[in-house]
Design a protein around this ligand. Sequence first.
Ligand code: PMP
Length: 405
Amino acid sequence: MSLDVVAIRQQFPILQRTVDGNPLVYLDNAATTQKPQAVIDAISHYCTHCNSNVHRGAHTLADEATRLYEAAREKVANFINAFDKKEVIWTAGTTESINIVANGAKQLLKAGDEVIVTEMEHHANLVTWQQVCKVSGATLKIAPITDDGELNLAEFQRLLCDATKFVAIPHISNALGTINPLSELIPMAKAVGAWVMIDGAQGIAHGDVDVQALGCDFYAFSGHKFFAPTGIGVLWGRAEVLCDWPVWQTGGEMISVVTYESATWGELPNRLEAGTPNIAGAVGLGAAIDWFNTLDLEAVKQHEKRLMDKAVELSATVDGLIIKGNAANKIGVFSFVIEGTHPADIGFLLDKQGIAIRTGDHCAQPLMQRLGVPGTARASFSIYNTVEDIEALFIALKKVKMMLM
Ligand code: PMP
C-alpha cells in the first residue's frame, strides 16, 4: 500500500497557507510537526463540551474528562507497546521526562558511579546528566561518534563497566538524523546492569516504537513532534523501576495519606504526576495516535525513505553542499552546510521563498564543535511532505547560492 500524501496533506489546514505570497513548504518537522484536523477537533471538542478537572470531580463533566484523559493514556500505552498503562507518565515533553528520571538518578547515584551519554546529544539529554553528575559526584562519560555522525560501538562497549549505572542515549539524532542501533546498544548497557533511558524525541516521530522489544528502562518523548500539541509529553518507564523512583514534584494527586507532619505517595502513575495535568494536551495526543494508526506503517517508512533518498540525490546538484552525518543511516533529518555560506543566511533566504527549515546548532553545541561547524542548515521531513517539496528546496537552494556567492 502506498501513502496517499495528497489526502494526508488535506488534513493539515496549516499546509494550505502561504508565506510572503509563496506556498508554504514546511521542512522543520524535527522542531515540531503540524497538527491534523482530527487533533484540532479533538482538543476543540474537549474544551467545548467536557472541560473539567480529572479524577476528583463528582459530576458528569469530570467523569467525561477523566475517561477521555485515561483513554489517551491507554492509547499511548498500546502505541508504544508498554506492559501496562500505569507505566505511561504524562509530562510537559521530552525535557521534563528526562528531568524526572534525572531527578531520581541524582538521589540514587554517588561518587564512583558513571553515567554515559553520547557526543550527539541534544542539550536536554546532555546538560541534564551533566548536572546530575555534578550534584551526585558521579562521572559523566561521553561515548564518541565517528566523523560520519555514527556512534562508535567499539568505544561505547569500552566505556561500559561495573561502575556504569546509567546510560542515556538518543533514538535518533535531532541534528543529524542518525538512527542509533538500539537493539545492539541497549543489551550492551543492560549487560553491565545499567539503567537505560532513550531520548525518543525524534524516534516517536516515525511511529515505530516498541518499548518491550527495545528492552530499555525509560523512553521519553514529546507530543508535539508527533502531530499533537506542545506542552504534553510522555515518560514511559518499567513499572518495577518507576514504582520506587524518587518522586519528582509534590502536591495534589500524587499522594496517598497526608498529615501536617508527613505524607506518603500514591501508586503509579499518580506518584509521578503532581497537580492538574495538561488534559487537553493528553486528549490531543490520543487523537494524534488514532489518526496515525489509520496509516500503513510500512508505507509511511517507504515514503520517509523516498524523501531522504531524493534529498541525497539532489544534493549532488548543488556545488559545495556537504551532508552532515551518514546519508545511508538517516531518517527525517537532512542536515547540511554549503561551503562559503552561513547556515543562518540559507535559512533566511529560503524563508523568503516560503521554505521553512531550521539553522544553527540545533541545541547540540558540543556536537557542532565535534563536527567542526558553527551550525548546519536542517531540513526535516514528515509524512505530509512530498517529493515536490524536496525539489522545491533544491531549486530554492540554487537561488540562495546565486544570491550569496
Ligand atoms: N531531545 C531531542 C533529540 C530533541 O530533538 C528535542 C527537541 N528538539 C528534545 C530532546 C527536547 O524536546 P522538548 O523541547 O519537546 O522537550
